[in-house]
Design a protein around this ligand. Structure first.
Ligand code: APR
Length: 337
């Protein structure tokens, strides 16, 4: 029996992600929680004749901060018994809102939701999608530490969309459309130049013309902006993010169930996972996305592939670390203040 929970299930990412979870053959029970609309989303999805039993739980009307007893009960009912919790809850940036405003709101949302996970499903794998992932994952870790239930092997920042973009954009250059064929490790963080695609490590190796490489790296780092621009102010990547989040969630579920040989890049707390200390020492940061071997207990081993990066990629890694340090500090400061 696998129970999955989506927190923020009524949103642009949450709805398609919930749909994919509903039709997954790996999920037996699916609980949706949001501050609005979850009964409707769950009722709609419940008419699909796939295996997962689905239920929607919603906060008390108008309780956006999740402070009432009714909201607490909804969270409790959604989360109890969860094996995997996926968190795309948040707010998009609205006109007049600064990045700091957005950070403070999303940071508070993630903090509140992870506090509920700590109480009601302390052993669940937690997959954080809410941005900025470089900061929200450290926030989640601090919350779990404070509650005394932090298992670093089971806390994941979802960076799969960067991998998906690298795999797709490389095919745009090669003209070959076969997603199973190219695997590109993408490491570092999950925004702008903290994202480091290691095309030199693509498998099978790909020949990218020198004049196209910089543009390709930039496209992976700032691919999200293409979507924001194309949506003309109406939002950011939701459908591709839902696909990526689901693809990663399925890998985690398969690994928890004992399937061997699953490796996925994910943003993890390095000192808490096997192989992580070496990477923390090399980078000077405690959180980093690297290819991780997944297993029944979560992250079984973080792989240090930094050494195999070429000189250009090493420069990108240096840039990444500078930005990442600040992002991680912001998260830790927010959670511990
Ligand atoms: N608890 C649960 N759900 C919440 C909460 C909360 N405290 N606060 C907000 N939500 C819900 C909203 O009601 C909404 O349904 O989160 C959902 C977010 O959906 P959208 O506003 O459509 O945003 P979306 O585009 O899905 O992005 C969500 O993911 O990639 C990141 O940057 C993005 O942080 C943002 C998040």
């Amino acid at each position: 029996m696998v129970k999955a929970v989506v927190l923020g299930a009524s949103g642009g990412i949450g709805q398609p992600l919930s749909l994919l979870c509903k039709i997954s053959t790996l999920i037996d029970e699916l609980a949706l929680f949001d501050v609005v609309n979850t009964p409707g989303v769950a009722a709609d999805l419940s008419h699909i004749s796939s295996k997962a039993k689905i239920e929607g739980f919603v906060a008390a009307k108008g309780d956006m901060k999740g402070e009432t007893e009714e909201t607490e009960t909804a969270k409790k009912n959604a989360l109890t018994g969860a094996d995997v919790v996926i968190i795309p809850a948040g707010v998009p940036r609205k006109p007049g809102m600064t990045r700091d405003d957005l950070f403070n709101i999303n940071a508070g949302i993630v903090k509140g939701l992870v506090e509920a996970c700590a109480k009601y499903c302390p052993k669940a794998a937690i997959l954080v999608i809410s941005n900025p992932v470089n900061s929200t994952v450290p926030i989640a870790a601090e919350v779990l530490k404070k509650a005394g239930v932090f298992d670093p092997k089971k806390l994941f920042g979802v960076t799969t969309l960067d991998v998906v973009r690298a795999e797709t954009f490389i095919q745009d250059i090669s003209g070959e459309r076969n997603t199973d064929k190219v695997v590109v490790p993408v490491i570092g963080g999950h925004s702008g130049n903290t994202i480091v695609p290691l095309f030199s490590q693509a498998k099978p190796s790909v020949d990218i013309p020198g004049d196209k490489l910089d543009a390709l790296v930039h496209r992976v780092q700032f691919g999200g902006d293409e979507v924001v621009k194309a949506k003309d102010g109406a939002g950011s990547a939701t459908l591709s993010m839902a696909y990526a989040g689901f693809r990663f969630a399925e890998s985690v579920i398969k690994a928890l169930k004992g399937e061997k040989g699953i490796v996925e890049p994910t943003f993890v707390y390095l000192p808490g996972v096997s192989g992580g200390d070496e990477i923390a020492k090399a980078t000077g940061v405690d959180y980093f996305s690297v290819p991780c071997e997944l297993g029944p207990s979560g992250v079984e081993k973080a792989t240090n592939i930094l050494g195999s990066a070429n000189d250009n990629e090493k420069k990108l890694i240096d840039e990444c670390i500078k930005g990442l340090k600040t992002n991680i500090e912001s998260g830790v400061t927010f959670a511990t203040k």
